[in-house]
Design a protein around this ligand. Structure first.
Ligand code: ZN
Length: 328
């Protein structure tokens, strides 16, 4: 199932440092909440911690990988490691009851029991309330690790009983390196996918790099032909962008990288990410002043902030595109 150790989790130094200290002092909190975007190692980290807590001959924070406990964890058959994830769209009360029953079975044993609840924000209300009861009186030797996108998606009464550890989006350079290692991707293609993945290694690994390249080309083409004199095209572009919320997040990030490339082309060309579009970058560069490029980045950033708050994606995007046209 999972064979990583805590030290193998990349790009989450702060989280790993916290867990290392807690483990060394024998003070791993009985309830942990790992939050962050999908594909950045929350679940792997939960399993690595479970493996460490069950291992009989760990060295430092590295589980040995060969003892019977490690083997059972790795094969998904450890009786004292319970794993729950959404069944369909949500985690149901029966799944949480199973943890409760399991935890109640051997209340006075010294061994550790661990429950990992992945995507805990999908617990339906009954499941969440049942889970809260376990959290209120955690059995001795029990550990619970929850993963979720953000703490605000969970009951505050659950969050307040957990040690919250925020997992950071991964830097694009780190994702690109991993992609090259894991998939033998061509470095130029890996750079583009890494930007598109917007901090998520999982998304990058699952992505189709050819599709992403096409999407990027379309995006740049549309972006560079924007004009307030062709309002219907502008509004059409806004509408296409607004359709898919997840794609939008990635596409805006790609646009920012395109502008960043235009800025770097004049200052420090080796830093360009869209290396395959060098000629296009040099051509486009002539059209803008440095100041206008910086302002364009600011406008997109403001739209990204507004999109996090506002429900009306289309309106935010129309406004963003009109303002971008005025920055030349
Ligand atoms: Zn072991």
């Amino acid at each position: 199932m999972n064979t990583v150790n805590l030290e193998d989790i990349i790009g989450q130094d702060r989280a790993i440092r916290f867990l290392r200290r807690a483990y060394e002092k024998n003070r791993i909190p009985h309830a942990l909440l790992f939050t962050g975007i999908p594909g950045i190692g929350k679940r792997s980290c939960a399993f690595a911690l479970a493996r460490l807590l069950q291992c009989r001959s760990a060295k430092g924070i590295a589980a040995c990988g060969v003892c019977p406990d490690c083997r059972k964890v790795d094969s998904g058959n450890h009786p004292d490691l319970l794993f729950v994830e959404p069944s369909g769209v949500s985690i149901k009360v029966e799944q949480i009851r199973a943890i409760k029953n399991e935890f109640a079975l051997k209340p006075f044993e010294a061994e550790r029991r661990i429950a990992i609840i992945a995507d805990a924000h999908t617990m339906n209300p009954t499941a969440a309330n049942t889970f809260l009861k376990i959290l209120e009186e955690p059995p001795k030797g029990s550990f619970m690790v929850l993963t979720a996108h953000q703490a605000s998606d969970l009951l505050t009464t659950i969050v307040s009983r957990c040690q919250h550890i925020a997992f950071a989006p991964l830097p694009a350079a780190l994702i690109a390196d991993r992609l090259v290692q894991a998939t033998q991707a061509e470095p130029k293609a890996a750079d583009i996918v890494a930007v598109w993945a917007n901090g998520s290694l999982g998304a990058a690994l699952a992505a189709d790099s050819e599709e992403i390249r096409k999407d990027r080309n379309w995006l740049i083409e549309e972006f560079e032909s924007l004009s307030v004199n062709r309002m219907s095209l502008l509004l059409g572009f806004a509408e296409s962008l607004s359709k898919d919320k997840d794609d939008l997040v990635n596409r805006l990030e790609m646009l920012k990288v395109w502008i960043r490339d235009l800025v770097f082309a004049g200052l420090c060309p080796q830093k360009i990410i869209n290396k395959d579009l060098k000629e296009r970058i040099e051509e486009t560069l002539q059209r803008y002043s440095l100041l206008s490029l910086l302002n364009k980045t600011k406008i997109i950033q403001e739209a990204q902030n507004a999109l996090q708050k506002s429900g009306n994606r289309l309106l935010v995007l129309e406004w963003m595109l009109i303002r971008l046209c005025q920055e030349v």
